[in-house]
Design a protein around this ligand. Structure first.
Ligand code: NAG
Ligand code: NAG
Ligand code: NAG
Ligand code: NAG
Length: 764
């Protein structure tokens, strides 16, 4: 009888404690419930408290229909999205989440996952210099009411980069706030830093807009920092540090703690930023895996921000150089890869046999470099069973007694750069080594800032010479010489080794990343609380590397273009920056990657951004809401969900939707995921003339052998009456064409302008 009763209880009360406790699915977790666009009419009365309360009440009612009354304390909303889009977040069990996802008002329900900052984390970080920015000549275009919203780890308001001297009053349209926190006052905001918000997390470690990590401060100052002369990292990278749009305003949205960034908070940050009135949103955050667009907080938030006229710029990720690693790939996102600057930091490893080998390093010299015994990690293993781990210097695999007082050599083979930091610290703290030489599996290494600790990374050629030397002698020794700054380094830019590569995992029919910008050794503002170097004073600036650093360069550039071209939409700004991007390095040769091969569009997108040229692109590709909605149809979303996302009850998906048609949305690059040999495929595009009204353009094609590309028509004459013109591109791979991805470009030329559209075609 008792068994029967129990069973019965389980069936009739699936959420009751008796059954729920036993299953991990029934432990409530934080979920995001996404419900599409806000009703356009309610947008007008955004500030209306009654309206907001009504929406919250409706969400609570929805929750109460699925959460059992015994657990009524869970009928509560953690984040409420109401400005740019509708939805909320709450604690739900897996079953409840599933039930909610079937509700007709709900588009998607997904767990609140933790995303990561896109810097390469080591002890400290790497960063470069604003020298390149000052060459943009931005002084001439000082306009100051563009607002960049930074979603990151918060901000250090006292940094000289956020000084508001010479900046006019806060734009009257600004609706944001400067939230106070435990260590942050309203007076910390000024005419430069006009807004600061933070979003409490479950652990309550987030209670102020202040940055304690450094990432947000660094990114914000790269996008829009005021010029600061004589900035340096303890003398390295000395120069004037400043943002891409030095007179733009900054609004900081702290959605990350030092552990990471919660998706639900990112959505709240975007919702607020749009309502506050930002023009550009900069997000140097992502995850290593791709979620479906409607389950990806950045993709959802960015879609609605774009609908509200905001440019959304995101980092591509640091998961390169393998293909299919690029993140933030929605077509309404501006996705940024990282490149090197023409400045490098090198350190020479002097071997006992007199041989000097160059490596990458950023450490500060405290005392004289001394000669120390040299040991390969593998030879410092306690026993042979951990020899492989020891050769890579994994924590716990080395015998500290065999390391003390020596320089240790570690050889890495596959770890993405972002995972490496954790290996180093135990080495120094536990084993009292005098220095570390890290052998990368390739050339083109990116230095790490390591305070006063001699840490040098070498490529595989120098690495094998070091290992051979160790083998050749009984008592190998070495000296690591101090870091020297190399300016006017060539070639530059090159694609950074770590930069995530296309194609995108979700669809290969949109070419990603879009563009490339500096992301190696970038010098920018730092939280001076962070001790970057033992025995040295605190530094207000530091160097970091990552697509986290390249993203705000493009955010600043987009703000710059917008400040001059007021009426351009987000997609016009993106198109202008893409079609004018540079494809040559400082040797006047085609851009390369870190192993000296020509950089393809899956690595560099359209090329290295060139903001000054983007002001006069001649022609632009406008990617409209209609394009984005069709993209969603082609991708496979239901018409019902798309209508709700678009707040357009009349929208109809094209009759025959399939993923191949994605190639046809009016994007400033072209990608074809599948082309049969001996069959042709025709792609449509439309250009809008933003140059002189009477102009004539001729198309020129650059394509690899065997791939026949024709532009029809190949001449377009614009007149006063003709602003937009369609054209077609046909692709045909004959027997001479190589299988796999073929890369090339189509360029529209008039007398003075060139509009370059890169393409990738995957041939059978
Ligand atoms: C720049 O700063 C350094 C200290 O970091 C100082 O020695 C030097 O005089 C300064 N130079 C100028 C031009 O202000
Ligand atoms: C080898 O050394 C590792 C690391 O100290 C240790 O965990 C492991 O138990 C050792 N194995 C043998 C067979 O001694
Ligand atoms: C550089 O490009 C070549 C040719 O596409 C490729 O084989 C190589 O893996 C790339 N190297 C890096 C580090 O990305
Ligand atoms: C493509 O056409 C060429 C010439 O007509 C022929 O030799 C070749 O076999 C064809 N290839 C395929 C895959 O159909």
């Amino acid at each position: 009888m008792s068994i029967l009763l129990l069973l019965f209880l389980c069936l009739s009360l699936p959420y009751a404690l008796i059954c729920g406790l036993s299953s991990p699915n029934q432990i409530p977790k934080h979920y995001v419930i996404y419900m599409g666009a806000t009703n356009p009419s309610s947008n007008e009365i955004n500030g209306d408290i009654a309206q907001a309360a009504a929406a919250e009440l409706a969400h609570l009612q929805l929750l109460s229909t699925i959460i059992p009354s015994q657990e009524s304390e869970r009928i509560s909303i953690i984040h409420n999205y109401k400005h740019a889009f509708r939805g909320f977040s709450a604690m739900l069990t897996e079953d409840e989440a599933h039930l909610l996802s079937d509700h007709s008002d709900v588009i998607s329900v997904f767990p609140d996952t933790m995303l990561q900052l896109h810097t390469t984390r080591s002890w400290d970080f790497i960063e470069g210099k604003a020298g390149r920015l000052s060459r943009w000549g931005l002084e001439k275009h000082v306009t100051s009411d563009i607002i960049i919203g930074i979603l990151d780890t918060g901000i250090w308001p006292e940094s000289p980069s956020f000084n508001d001297e010479g900046i006019g009053p806060i734009p009257s349209r600004w609706k944001g706030v400067c939230l106070e926190g435990s260590d942050f006052k309203k007076s910390n905001c000024n005419r430069k830093l006009i807004g600061a918000r933070y979003y409490a997390n479950e652990e309550k470690t987030l209670d102020s807009p202040r940055d304690s990590e450094g990432h947000g401060t660094h990114v914000a100052s790269t996008a829009a920092g005021a010029p600061v002369t004589n900035a340096s990292y303890f003398g390295l990278a000395r120069g004037t540090a400043r943002g891409g749009a030095p007179s733009a305003r900054i609004a900081s949205y702290k959605v990350c703690s030092s552990e990471g960034c919660y998706g639900a908070a990112i959505l709240q940050g975007i919702d607020d930023a749009v309502n506050d009135g930002v023009d550009v949103i900069s997000i140097s955050i992502g995850s290593g895996t791709s979620s479906e667009f409607f389950e990806d907080p950045i993709a959802i938030g960015a879609f609605h921000a774009d609908q509200n006229g905001v440019v959304v710029v995101c980092s591509a990720g640091n998961y390169g150089p393998e293909p299919f690693t690029v993140g933030n790939t929605a077509p309404w996102i501006f996705t940024v890869a990282a490149s090197s600057l023409d400045r490098d930091f090198q350190s020479t490893v002097l071997l006992g046999n007199g041989r000097g080998l160059k490596g990458s390093a950023i450490f500060l010299k405290l005392s004289r470099s001394a000669i120390h015994p040299l040991v390969f990690g593998k030879d410092a293993a306690p026993n042979s069973s951990v020899a492989l781990e020891a050769s890579k210097c994994y924590p716990g695999s080395l015998d500290p007694k065999k390391l003390a007082g020596k320089i240790v050599v570690c050889a890495d083979d596959e770890e993405p750069l972002s995972l490496r930091g954790w290996k180093r610290q135990p080495l120094v703290e536990e084993a009292k080594v005098k220095g570390v030489i890290f052998i990368e599996k390739e050339e083109g290494v990116v230095p790490s800032v390591t305070g006063i600790f001699p840490y040098v990374e070498v490529g595989k050629i120098a690495g094998s010479q070091i290992l051979n030397y160790i083998k050749s002698t009984k008592k190998p020794t070495a000296t690591i010489l101090p870091t020297v700054e190399i300016s006017r380094h060539k070639p530059a830019p090159i694609v950074a080794y770590f930069s995530s590569r296309g194609p995108g995992e979700l669809t290969e029919n949109i070419l990603k990343p879009d563009i490339m910008a500096p992301g190696v050794n970038i010098l920018a503002a730092m939280v001076p609380k962070i001790k970057e170097a033992v025995g040295k004073k605190l530094s207000k600036f530091s160097m970091r590397s990552g697509t986290s650093m390249s993203c705000p360069h493009v955010s600043g550039a987009a703000a710059f273009v917008k400040s001059v071209r007021r009426r351009w939409t987000s997609s016009m700004i993106k198109s202008a920056l893409m079609t004018t991007a540079k494809t040559y390095d400082n040797r006047r040769k085609v851009l390369t990657n870190s192993s000296s091969h020509i950089a393809n569009p899956h690595e560099a997108g359209s090329g290295e951004m060139n903001p000054i040229k983007a002001l006069n692109p001649g022609l632009v590709f406008e990617t409209t809401t209609q394009d984005y909605l069709q993209f969603l149809c082609y991708y496979g979303y239901s018409q019902k969900d798309i209508r709700s996302v678009a707040s357009n009850t009349k929208f109809k998906c094209p009759e025959h939707s399939n993923k191949e048609l994605i190639s046809n949305i009016n994007y400033p690059s072209i990608s074809i995921s599948k082309l049969r040999r001996n069959q042709s495929k025709v792609i449509q595009r439309t250009v809008t003339n933003v140059g002189p009204s009477n102009s004539a353009y001729i198309a020129k094609v650059q394509s690899p052998k065997g791939l026949v590309v024709k532009v029809i028509p190949d001449k377009i004459v614009f007149t006063k009456g003709l602003k937009r013109a369609p054209f077609e591109v046909s692709f045909f791979g004959n027997k001479e064409a190589a299988s796999g991805y073929n890369y090339g470009s189509i360029t529209w030329f008039d007398d003075r302008r060139s509009v370059r559209v890169v393409f990738t075609v995957n041939l059978d």
